[in-house]
Design a protein around this ligand. Structure first.
Ligand SMILES: O=C(O)CCC(=O)C(=O)O
Ligand SMILES: [Fe+2]
Length: 320
């Protein structure tokens, strides 16, 4: 399989503040989303040491026996928080009917920056809760930078999204893709093909085999390159709608590792789904419509839209 030559955008000059440099970075950023819906960013300012320590701590959390983890599984059926064992989610269901469950387990935090949010804070490993809180602050800061960068890239004033990101949406998803001693079922993947639901996804990849694949325009799945100390950023459905499809929400998935490998293929990724305030009305942006290209979508409220997608991706009983 060939690697996808996704654009690598160094955003440090944007954070530096020189107006010409900002415009240049914005152009690269916008081109990436118009062409492929994906960009790899470096120079993002999130401390590498924090990312590495959190990664190691999450590894220790997932290494525990199942019964230590399922105490953090919430009772509700559409699980947008807590520990999700293998078998609960089948993300490709958001696209089509029955698919086997994804071969991953996750620890999910819904809006961890809001004191009123009801999340689970495992007490083992001891540093986990503090690290997730620190990570939340860093990712929210990055999300705000990206909102300003997005505004410029979409030919809007840099502050355009300021009010919409005053209390932004954030879901953190730490995902463990275990080794696969038993061959997957036909059609079963580490994470099935899907579009992300929100505005921008911020993903810290792992270099393990069996990784992120993005579908190109010809329908071929191609591997996303793993760039040290970078984040993969991609456009979700909500942002594609907001931009009248000027920015693309591209299909992606996580493949199974090759079966002939003898070493570990375990993979852990740290994903953040970011977006505007829950009550933001997402209606076609002024710079994304014209007489020739009128608004294609009805306005939606950010929170309602994302919840409807989460529900579709879970095993729901007939009563829901
Ligand atoms: O783990 C990955 O590389 C990607 C996961 C993903 O696409 C998602 O969580 O939406
Ligand atoms: Fe995704």
């Amino acid at each position: 399989m060939s690697e996808f030559n996704l654009p690598i955008v160094d955003i440090a000059p944007f954070l530096g503040g020189d107006p010409e440099a900002k415009k240049r970075v914005a152009r690269e950023f916008g081109d990436a989303f118009e062409n492929t819906g994906f960009a790899i960013i470096t120079g993002h300012g999130v401390p590498l040491e924090l990312a590495e320590t959190l990664y190691k701590t999450m590894t220790e959390f997932f290494d525990q026996p199942m019964e230590k983890k399922t105490v953090y599984t919430p009772p509700e059926q559409a699980k947008g928080r807590g520990y999700l064992p293998i078998g609960i989610e089948s993300v490709a269901k958001t696209l089509s009917g029955e698919t086997p469950p994804d071969l991953c387990e996750a620890l999910v935090y819904a809006a961890p920056h809001r004191p009123e949010s009801k999340n689970f804070w495992p007490d083992y490993p001891a540093p986990l809760a503090g690290l997730v809180k620190e990570w939340t602050g860093e990712i929210n800061a990055l999300s705000r930078h990206l909102a300003r960068l997005s505004a410029l890239a979409l030919d809007l004033p840099e502050e355009f999204f300021e009010d919409d990101y005053s209390d932004p949406s954030l879901t953190l998803r730490f995902v463990n893709y275990p080794d696969q001693p038993v061959p997957p079922k036909p059609g079963q993947l580490r994470y099935g093909e899907h579009h992300d639901y929100g505005a921008l996804t911020i993903l810290r990849q792992d270099a393990a085999p069996g990784g992120l694949e993005v579908r190109d325009d010809t329908g071929v799945w191609r591997e996303a390159p793993v760039v040290p100390d970078s984040f993969v950023i991609n456009v979700g459905d909500l942002l594609a709608r907001w931009t009248n499809n000027r920015w693309r929400s591209t299909l992606h998935r996580v493949s199974n590792p090759p079966r002939d490998l003898t070493g570990s293929t375990r993979r852990l990724s740290m994903v953040a789904f970011t977006g505007p305030n829950e009550h933001t009305e997402v209606a076609c942006l002024p710079s994304c419509q014209s007489a020739d290209s009128p608004a294609m979508y009805q306005p939606v409220t950010c929170g309602d839209y994302i919840m409807s997608k989460i529900k579709a991706s879970h095993e729901l009983s007939e009563t829901e």
